[in-house]
Ligand binder design. Structure first.
Ligand SMILES: CC(C)(COP(=O)(O)OP(=O)(O)OC[C@H]1O[C@@H](n2cnc3c(N)ncnc32)[C@H](O)[C@@H]1OP(=O)(O)O)[C@@H](O)C(=O)NCCC(=O)NCCS
Length: 172
């Protein structure tokens, strides 16, 4: 997936849930040492349906060259603040630029819509995700002790700031 993958912006909760299950429903060791990172519970169609009822929430899917759904991104933007809720790529399609393409596209979109900053929380041991966020310009802003359960783990709070050249309304 060296070229930027096609991104679908209007996707059903059912389609998102199918892909989410394939990404997050993988069994991983309880110590969180699997290459895919620590366990997360899959989100079902009802959960995606509730989220997408909020017009501030966006869920995008990236497709593999063969046309199959490969990765997803779920975010929210309210006024000048955005938040990343979830990002994931099918295990066999990782390290091919899928998540970078999805997140970079949404950051540019959010900035053009007026977002000045985007925040997220990530398990402190999720090295692939943290590396992805840092590669896209997110910086560490805080650490929440023992924030996650099963396994108990700190949360790292990270924030991205839109470049001054990005679109959107200027700050007062
Ligand atoms: C984190 C995740 C979304 C990255 O997806 P991906 O498509 O493999 O990421 P990309 O190929 O776009 O990588 C972009 C950059 O992120 C960093 N990165 C991604 N995976 C990495 C890894 N395993 N180790 C080190 N750096 C990594 C690198 O800087 C990479 O750039 P490079 O390949 O040029 O070095 C993927 O590993 C995943 O789905 N993990 C499980 C779900 C998860 O933990 N989501 C986050 C919490 S919701």
């Amino acid at each position: 997936m060296s070229a930027a993958p096609p991104i679908c912006r209007n996707v059903s909760p059912q389609r998102l849930a199918r892909l989410d299950e394939a990404i997050f429903g993988q069994p991983v060791p309880v110590d969180g040492s699997a290459p895919g990172g620590p366990p997360e519970s899959p989100w079902d169609a009802a959960a995606y349906g509730r989220l997408l009822a909020n017009p501030a929430v966006t869920a995008w899917i990236a497709q593999a060259p063969a046309g199959d759904d490969a990765g997803l991104l779920c975010t929210q933007r309210v006024a000048d603040e955005g938040e990343v809720y979830r990002i994931g790529v099918l295990p066999h399609l990782r390290r091919q630029g899928c998540a970078r393409a999805l997140l970079a596209a949404w950051l540019a979109h959010a900035a053009a819509q007026g977002a000045r900053s985007v925040s997220l929380e990530v398990r402190a041991g999720n090295r692939p995700a943290i590396a992805l966020y840092r590669a896209l310009g997110f910086v560490d802003v805080a650490r929440r002790q023992a924030y996650y359960a099963a396994p108990r783990e700190d949360a790292l709070l990270m924030r991205w700031t839109a470049p001054a050249s990005a679109g959107g309304a200027p700050r007062a």
